[in-house]
Design a binder for this molecule. Structure first.
Ligand code: PMV
Length: 319
């Protein structure tokens, strides 16, 4: 199919999500099929805005992220997603893609979740495919696993699925963004540098070499029904504790890889210790950390200080 509305420019937005129960590891590298289910919350303040135009006349894709031509690794990841998309939907066109994040890229701030979700939404709209949310989730998953959850707002479950073709591995909204307005996540940014090892490589290494990975898989999968129950009851303490445990298990599995993988900086530990102190003094706040040094703090609106409330990203929060 050749898309002939070549003058049109489409702009869409998607927000990042943070997993409360993590995805870490693929059972199929090409289709991005996960080894386990995961559960996230979408963050309306962390947004990617993506515009797309036709670039077929130039016979190549043109990709700009945050006003810069991208590094070769991001470029090849995006091109291979676009090639997959063209093959899946029999599209012949090339595209000019312009993407802006309103937060730090590739520092464990979930930029790939919103980035690939926004690109999937933009391609669907530009090519007038009218995909359902489930189909969009399956498409986004094939660009970056966590992106399949960013098709929805609110609390979102990614079913791992069992089918080898990935048709049952997609995200589903559990509760929309108005369900629990008191529930807040903010990021303590300790570094906005690119991560030292990509999550794709780190996942492979963890699966292959970590003595703790299989235990984490079983424990983490078992946390999913508990987490859904706790969200249903708006039981904040249980939600926070489950999220914290799950993240610590994932990082322990990475640290027990050979060679060991460590995304944390000394400041990461400082923030964790500060949160533990706050917990001891009776404040209901918890942490979760992805493939990077930055700490996401989970708390209730009433416990957020005014200056934190008025920023979506807090720099060196506890200093
Ligand atoms: O989708 P990726 O390749 O960015 O991997 C995301 C992995 C974690 O952020 C660490 C966990 C998750 O479930 O989002």
């Amino acid at each position: 199919m050749n898309i002939d509305i070549i003058m049109e420019k489409i702009t869409v937005q998607a927000c990042a999500n943070i997993a409360l129960i993590k995805y870490w590891g693929k059972r199929d590298e090409d289709l991005f099929l996960p080894t386990k289910s995961s559960l996230s919350i979408s963050l309306p303040n962390l947004q990617t805005t993506t515009s797309i135009q036709d670039n077929t006349a130039n016979n190549c894709d043109d990709i700009i992220i945050n006003n810069k031509s991208v590094s070769s690794s991001v470029y090849s990841k995006t091109i291979s997603f676009l090639d997959k998309f063209r093959k899946l939907y029999n599209i012949k066109n090339y595209f000019k893609i312009n993407t802006q994040n309103n937060f730090a890229t590739a520092a464990g701030l979930a930029s790939s979740s919103s980035g690939l979700a926004a690109l999937s939404l933009a391609l669907d709209k530009f090519c007038k495919l009218n995909l359902s949310k489930q189909e969009l989730s399956i498409l986004a998953r094939q660009g970056s696993g966590s992106a399949c959850r960013s098709i929805y707002d609110g609390f979102v479950l990614w079913h791992k699925g069992v089918s080898p073709d990935g048709s049952d591995s997609y995200a589903q909204q559990l509760f929309d963004q108005n369900y629990w307005p008191e529930f807040k996540i903010f990021t303590a940014v300790v570094s906005d540098k690119q991560k030292p090892i990509s999550s794709r490589i780190a996942m492979q290494q963890t699966i292959k070499t970590s003595s703790y990975y299989n235990d984490w898989l079983i424990e983490s999968e078992a946390r999913i029904p508990k987490m859904i129950e706790a969200i249903k009851k708006r039981d904040f303490h249980t939600v926070g504790m489950l999220a914290q445990e799950d993240c610590l298990g994932m990082h322990k599995a990475m640290q027990l890889s050979k060679p060991s993988i460590n995304y944390w900086l000394p400041e990461t530990l400082e923030v964790i210790n500060k949160i533990k102190d706050l917990q001891q003094s009776g404040v209901n706040c918890y942490f979760t950390i992805d493939a990077g040094p930055n700490v996401k703090v989970i708390c209730l609106d009433r416990d957020l200080a005014w200056d934190v409330k008025n920023k979506s990203i807090v720099t060196i929060l506890f200093k």
